[in-house]
Structure formats: structure tokens, C-alpha cells
Write a protein that binds this ligand. Structure first.
Ligand SMILES: [Zn+2]
Length: 361
């Protein structure tokens, strides 16, 4: 795992590349902008495995304005993204697409609406339903939850049994704590005004865009955005790099959606978090890990084991090593917290026919 300090990276970027621009406030939500293709940029935090865990933002330039995919996960994140878009030129953002309902992809939208009143927000109908229903109720207590996680991190730092390589991660988490607790306070949810169930095309002579629902995967309403001319695909959290994100996912259908994404002739795949992918190797790894888990869990469910008995029987270390080295204590913690815990539960529920309910981040 990359253990460089995010603020050092960002400070370095500002000094190196943006000498003429007004200095950005260096808080935990600061981002950098990289060009992905002609008329396409990624605005992100370079180290996806360090908090705040913020969704990637992709900017597509059309003739009459920008179309932006995901808005950042907090008001200060939205402010940073708006500033970095404005540096691209005088065009306005005409549309904002949410890939799914998780707040780390849309709680920065208030800054967009303030900067470009009247912009169209687009999502699947399922994402809108989640954003206007109980699935997103968690945002009311998000700041308090993070305060609790910072306290938990302090305890891990004081615990002699915690490996040093995990403590490095907690030290960064605790340092980002005050910024996150403040940033996640008073959150406003801005659901889409324009929804679809199968897809929408945004025509343009240079950068036409196809926004499509490929099936249930990471959530029940994931949208992908495909730029066929530039061959760039923004996947949302269907693909999260370098550690996948399970949450309330649908494992079997997720595999099918990953196969559909593989069939796109992309030159660059921008995942929901992490580094752009130029080939299909990581997609294959995700398809493999989901298939392995389903294969391991199915016979145990058939034998009548309950969830805790299933967990005890699985060989998760082998799967984890495909993503995280054994000596990377922080990576191991993140892998357990955002993937292994939830995915086993969801695979088990799927095998038993128990509905997977949307909710949480
Ligand atoms: Zn996310």
C-alpha cells in the first residue's frame, strides 16, 4: 500500500503544477485533477485506501458544458471539485450523474448547485428511491459515527497487540479525524431530478455519453457512464481499486455486470475509487474473488451451516492475499472492514434467498 501522506502529495502537486492558481485549503478532502483522455478528467484523492474515503469524480467536456460523474462525499469535497472544474475553462457544468446512492459519491452536490444553479442531476430511479428513503438515513449521524471511528482508531494506536503497519494507517486516519467530523456535519442530500431505468444518451459531436444500468451489482441502482469516442468508462463502485467494496451488494448479479463491463472496448476504466485501469486484469480478479466466495459458501449453506459457522469455515486469507500483502496491516484491516465482512454475509444471504436490503454508506 502507498503510505505517502496525502497532504504532502497534494502540497507537492500544488507547488509543482498550479503555481499561478490560488492555493487550495489543504484539508482531508483536497483532490488532484488528472487528464484521462481528450475532453475527460479524473478529480480524485490519490490514495484511495486512506480516509476520507471519497468517490472518484470524472469530468466529460461536451460542446455546451461539462457532464460530471459523482460529486464528492462532503460539502468541502464538493468545493474542491468545483474549483478544479472551474480551472478547466469557462464552460458550466450542465449535468451531474450519480453512479449510486452512497454518500461518498454525492454529498458534495450542494457546491455544484450553488455554482451552477439549474444543473440537471441524473441517476437511476432506484438510486433516487434510495436517496429519498431509509437507505440514506445514515447521513444524519455520519459525523458522530466518524467521531466514534476516530476514538476507535486512537484505541488501536494505544494497543500493543496491533501491528505497526496497521498503526501507520490509524495514525493517518486519526490525523484526518477533525476534518472528517467537521466535513460530515449538516449534510444535505440532493436526489436526481431526472431518472431512468435502462439508459440515457447525452448526444454531442465530440463527447457523446451513454449512461446505462447494467443490472444490480454494488447497489440495486448502479449507473455506468461510457464515452464511446474516447473509450472511457466510469464504473462507479462496481469497480473499486485496489480493494473492492461490498456493502449491500448482489454478488451473483455483480459478476454478470462485471462481465458486461469487460465487453466494452474501453481504453481507460475509471473505477469508483482508486486508480484508472487500462486493461481487464482487475476486472478478472473481481470476477474470480466473487466466484470463489460463492463456490465456497454454497456447499456450506447446503449443509445447513449458519452465517457464523460459514465464516469460520472459509479460507479468506487466500482471497485476501490476492489484493493485500500479509505485511500490510492497514490494507488487511481495510479489506476486512469494506469487503470480507459484508461480502460473506451477502453471499450467504443470496445462497439462502434472503433479500439484500439497501442502506448505509
Ligand atoms: Zn464509494
Amino acid at each position: 500500500m502507498d503510505t505517502r501522506n496525502v497532504s504532502t502529495l497534494i502540497a507537492g502537486f500544488i507547488t509543482a503544477g498550479l503555481a499561478a492558481a490560488p492555493p487550495a485549503p489543504v484539508d482531508g478532502f483536497a483532490r488532484v485533477r488528472v487528464q484521462v483522455a481528450d475532453h475527460v478528467w479524473l478529480i480524485h484523492r490519490p490514495v484511495a485506501t486512506d480516509a476520507p474515503f471519497e468517490g472518484n469524480t470524472t469530468v466529460f467536456e461536451q460542446e455546451d458544458g461539462y457532464v460530471v460523474v459523482d460529486a464528492g462525499g462532503a460539502p468541502p469535497a464538493g468545493d474542491h471539485i468545483v474549483r478544479l472544474i472551474r480551472e478547466l475553462g469557462p464552460k458550466r457544468v450542465k449535468a451531474l450523474v450519480y453512479t449510486h446512492y452512497h454518500g461518498d459519491h454525492n454529498l458534495g452536490a450542494g457546491a455544484f448547485l450553488a455554482a451552477w444553479p439549474g444543473l440537471q442531476i441524473i441517476s437511476t430511479a432506484a438510486t433516487r428511491a434510495n436517496m429519498t428513503g431509509p437507505a440514506m438515513a445514515y447521513v444524519k449521524t455520519y459525523s458522530t459515527s466518524y467521531a466514534g471511528m476516530v476514538d476507535f482508531g486512537r484505541k488501536r494506536l494505544d494497543d500493543p497487540a496491533v501491528p505497526a503497519s496497521e498503526k501507520e494507517g490509524w495514525a493517518r486516519f486519526v490525523a484526518a479525524g477533525p476534518g472528517m467530523v467537521a466535513g460530515y456535519r449538516d449534510l444535505a442530500v440532493h436526489p436526481a431530478g431526472l431518472t431512468f431505468t435502462t439508459g440515457i444518451t447525452l448526444q454531442d459531436p465530440v463527447t457523446p455519453l451513454e449512461i446505462t444500468f447494467l443490472g444490480r451489482a454494488n447497489t440495486d441502482g448502479d449507473a455506468i457512464v461510457w464515452a464511446p469516442r474516447q473509450r472511457v468508462l466510469a464504473s462507479g463502485d462496481i469497480v473499486v481499486h485496489p480493494i473492492p467494496y461490498a456493502s449491500a451488494c448482489f454478488p451473483g448479479e455483480w459478476i454478470e455486470v462485471l462481465r458486461r463491463i469487460k465487453a466494452y472496448d474501453f481504453a481507460v476504466l475509471v473505477p469508483g475509487h482508486g486508480e484508472p485501469q487500462k486493461d481487464r486484469a482487475y476486472l478478472d480478479k473481481l470476477i474470480w474473488v466473487l466466484g470463489e466466495l460463492r463456490g465456497q459458501v454454497a456447499p456450506l449453506v447446503k449443509d445447513g451451516l449458519d452465517l457464523e459457522q460459514v465464516r469460520a469455515r472459509l479460507d479468506l486469507a487466500r482471497l485476501r492475499r490476492a489484493f493485500v500483502a500479509d505485511e500490510d496491516g492497514w490494507g488487511r484491516f481495510v479489506m476486512g472492514a469494506v469487503f470480507l465482512g459484508d461480502i460473506v454475509k451477502n453471499v450467504y444471504q443470496e445462497a439462502k434467498g434472503i433479500p439484500i436490503v439497501q442502506g448505509g454508506s
